[in-house]
Design a protein around this ligand. Sequence first.
Ligand code: CO
Length: 456
Amino acid sequence: MGVKIVETCLRDGHQSLFATRMNTEEVLKALPELDRVGYHALEIWGGATFDACLRFLNEDPWERLREAKKLCKNTKLQMLFRGQNILGYRHYADDVVEKFVEKSIKNGIDIIRIFDALNDIRNLESAVRATKKYGGECQIALSYTTSPVHTVEYYVELAKKIEALGADSICIKDMAGVLLPNDAYRLIKALKENTKLPIELHSHCTAGQCEMTYLKAIEAGVDIVDCALSPFAGGTSQPCTEALNVALRGTQYDPKLNTEMLDIAAQKMQPVRQKYLANGLLNPKVLSVNANIIKYQVPGGMLSNLINQLKQQGASEKLEEVLREVPNVRKDMGYPPLVTPLSQMVGTQAVLNVLSGERYKMVPKEINDYLHGRYGASPAPVDEEIRHKIIGDDKVITYRPADDLQPEFLELKKKYKGIAKSDEDVLSIALFGDVAIKFIEQRNEDAKPTVIKVEA
Ligand code: CO
């Protein structure tokens, strides 16, 4: 059987290349063709797509999902889910996690890819339980990174725990594109030998490694790889779907995708790419190879955020210095993988360390919480001297962080009963607060029937 392909252009593709700004009309544009390509799944939803809908596009992310489901009858829809963070930036109570999973599946999601930035299994448990309860396919992703503690043995042990937790498949999530071809070969061989679950690989072209890495991963027996349609491929995004399909043609790995449908879909999406290139949201910088990524271990999304952050501060010339500070902050924090929300946290701390002229003189609340153990266990111990400088003798928690959280869904539902029209609205508010409230109020206002004054 050939290798399976998950198409990412509707989620990670535009997230990696132009800050997830594609609107629903553009997302739906080529969906009938994409649905007939023969993909394993179409990735369509995640934290940034949800956030950008409410914050920048004035669109209901739930509505996008429902519309996509109507056009997508043959292909499974997939979403990315940050464990106890759901799609937001803090830990939510178990009842909100469960309700969000339930509603995602009811509105059209088939496969939920669940991960925790720190690979702390305790942060995955309640999302996994809910996914199985509501009949979704549960994939658990290992946040891939390199560090003295992130060895093949570390990932094999993690994979065994994931299998025991009841996952349907495992994804190696290499958000930075730092997985090298021969390391991928060894890692996938080891995972295939030690678990029965299908293995998927998700990586990025940022460092110029990814196509080579995919080929070695395929030779090592990987079952599924994530690719993006040509208008959204390469650079900080995934390898090109059409190219990989051709490269494997006639081999035992042939994905046998429908090339005619791929062509039409790519033609339909090409003008979307042109639009974002023309309006500057798609910065050509993210389209070229950045060989330094291997040294700095920075994911594409984080790189474009850092570029923007420094530009806003009028400090663009500090980029190299900030990129050199990122691995230092990471080491101090016990080598967290640089994935949301840790990528933003470590990135912001690196910016502050450089711009303020003194390391840890200014510390965001999130880093403070992290040092209290509120995100879960760090992969390696944090630097105690730095922890002490920041949080003094405060108590550090060692239990599952969500155990501290009281149920919150019914409370929110009651509080916002005047605004929220559905449980989906309540969930949007639970995750994105004022941003969601502002959107929902405007939407409700727009939906009011206009009173027509009849002239006497
Ligand atoms: Co990604």
